[in-house]
Design a protein around this ligand. Structure first.
Ligand SMILES: Cc1cc2nc3c(=O)[nH]c(=O)nc-3n(C[C@H](O)[C@H](O)[C@H](O)COP(=O)(O)OP(=O)(O)OC[C@H]3O[C@@H](n4cnc5c(N)ncnc54)[C@H](O)[C@@H]3O)c2cc1C
Length: 475
């Protein structure tokens, strides 16, 4: 452990390197030391805010020389505590926020080069200026940063159409744990030159390197969108409707989101001004958005056709298709307010899980029954990205229970859900990662060979354990 004098020496050296704007110390570090949900709270030696790759490299090199652990932090919107320091007070937060330049946007290469601290929404807007789409869409896009979404391999609403963030990374610039810089900012669509290093850093949650810049793949921007909200009698029907849309126009599916009666009910009860969009009170709902890059395309007509067929077949109970942007926004708001509504309902446990798409109905039925048996009165409120098998199987405390008593049960409940997930060939972390929240689950649920491979990769790239120790793999 570092002694007080060596702490002072490191802080002096950091101040000399970064200047006044580049270093935050003392109580001013506090906002950086807690996650947005207030689940993780720690203390930091300081917050370094380098403004260039050279400065990031110098900071990491200095920390490596003094054995100071470094915690990269982007927009701090993560769900698993990976970017928040522990309570030791020894870790240096390395905030990428000042590295916020878009270096290039190229509509012919269909690529965008951005520094790690560029907010996702800013990058989306830069892509839109040249008529392209950066197709990562998440509720936190105003704050989450390019480096953060790559490091967590963020999923979100468009995964069903364009894949996860890692599928959109063409190149990376990374500062390694010894302070050296790997410049892999290639914007190539084909590049089979040995191991695919950029994919090592995507999803590594800052444990292998600090991403300082990235080349992101852009796609053609849909010229027309059609958006529908519909009520269904069962999860099986939701899947059957998904299958019908895939057969009719798979490339048109931009978004295919599932919501349960309970999750929709919490939103309409607890969030002012949000309605259900259809009259029918059903057990299951879908938000479907289709797009066409062809200006003459008519996704609303496709929605109408497939939903009408579904209605005939007894798969759809009721549906509304947005006729204008205001109606579209209203439908989207119902989906976007899920996080806030569940927060207002009391303590909740977020299970970000995935199973093969075809097993979703079975998963929902079995996990719901198991949780209700384990805790009478628990409010099971699942929703999520059904089109890619990712359900946020969220559990809200019984109304009569104290939040802290519910929180004390969270590991037990998580394991009950994970047992079903694993039995169905699924994953206990679909898009949020492992961070500090699920390190013990990774150890319990992944095979020895897989864990050993991960530990060997970490040891090979970061033998001294400088970057984000204790995240993903226990230290
Ligand atoms: C309202 C809301 C909605 C959300 N919706 C979704 C969703 O639909 N899908 C989804 O996947 N997630 C979602 N999230 C979670 C979160 O937004 C994502 O995980 C996001 O990718 C995190 O980005 P960030 O910049 O905030 O990273 P941070 O939270 O700052 O960091 C996350 C991890 O990445 C590491 N890291 C950050 N920057 C770097 C870097 N430059 N180099 C190396 N490591 C780095 C950190 O150390 C940490 O381990 C949501 C969050 C909120 C608050």
């Amino acid at each position: 452990m570092l002694s007080a004098p060596s702490n002072a020496a490191v802080l002096d050296a950091l101040a000399a390197l970064l200047g006044e704007r580049g270093l935050i110390t003392g109580s001013d570090t506090e906002p950086y030391c807690v996650d947005w949900r207030g689940l993780f709270r720690g203390r930091a030696l300081a917050v370094a805010r380098p403004a260039s790759t050279t400065e990031v490299a110098a900071v990491v090199k200095l920390c490596a020389a003094h054995g100071v652990p470094v915690v990269p932090q982007g927009g701090n919107t993560g769900m698993v505590g990976g970017g928040v320091p522990t309570e030791t007070g020894r870790e240096l937060i390395l905030s990428l926020s000042r590295m916020n330049r878009i270096r290039a946007v190229d509509p012919v290469d269909m690529s965008l080069v951005a520094e790690a601290g560029v907010p996702l929404q800013t990058a989306q807007e830069a892509a839109a200026v040249v008529g392209c789409l950066l197709p990562v869409s998440i509720g936190s896009e105003g704050s989450a940063q390019i480096g953060g979404i790559i490091s967590t391999n963020a999923g979100g609403n468009n995964t069903v159409r364009y894949g996860n963030t890692r599928d959109l990374v063409l190149g990376l610039e990374v500062v390694l744990p010894d302070g050296s810089v790997w410049n892999g900012l290639r914007r190539l669509r084909k590049d089979n030159t040995g191991y695919c290093l950029r994919q090592l850093f995507a999803g590594a949650e800052g444990t292998l390197g600090v991403i300082t810049a990235a080349v992101m793949k852009l796609v053609a921007r849909p010229a027309v969108l059609g958006t529908a909200f519909c009520a269904l009698p069962s999860a099986e029907a939701a899947l059957a409707v998904f299958d019908r849309f895939q057969r009719r126009d798979a490339a048109g599916i931009q978004v295919f989101e599932y919501m349960s009666r309970r999750s929709v009910g919490l939103v309409t009860e607890l969030i002012e001004g949000v309605g259900r969009a259809v009259e029918t009170d059903a057990g299951h709902y879908l938000l479907i958005e289709l797009g066409s890059i062809n200006r003459d395309g008519n996704p609303s007509a496709v929605l109408e056709e497939v939903l009408a067929d579904g209605f005939e077949a007894g798969l759809v109970l009721d549906a509304a298709i947005a006729q204008n942007e205001a109606q579209r926004r209203a439908i989207w708001r119902l989906r976007e307010e899920h996080t806030e509504a569940q927060k207002r309902a009391g303590a909740s446990l977020k299970n970000d899980v995935s199973v093969p798409v075809s097993r979703i109905p079975e998963f929902l039925a079995r996990a719901t029954a198991a949780c209700e048996a384990a805790m009478p009165g628990i409010r099971v409120a699942p929703f999520g990205h059904i089109g890619d098998g990712n359900i946020h199987f969220n559990l809200v405390q019984p109304e009569t229970m104290a939040p802290k008593d519910f929180a004390a049960e969270s590991d037990r409940l998580m394991e009950i859900v994970n047992d079903v997930v694993v039995d169905l060939g699924g994953s206990f972390s679909a898009e949020h990662g492992i961070g500090r929240l699920k390190t013990h689950v990774l150890v319990a649920r992944r095979e020895a060979v897989e864990l050993d491979l991960m530990r060997r990769i970490k040891a090979a790239i970061d033998p001294a354990g400088i970057l984000n120790p204790g995240r993903i793999l226990d230290h």
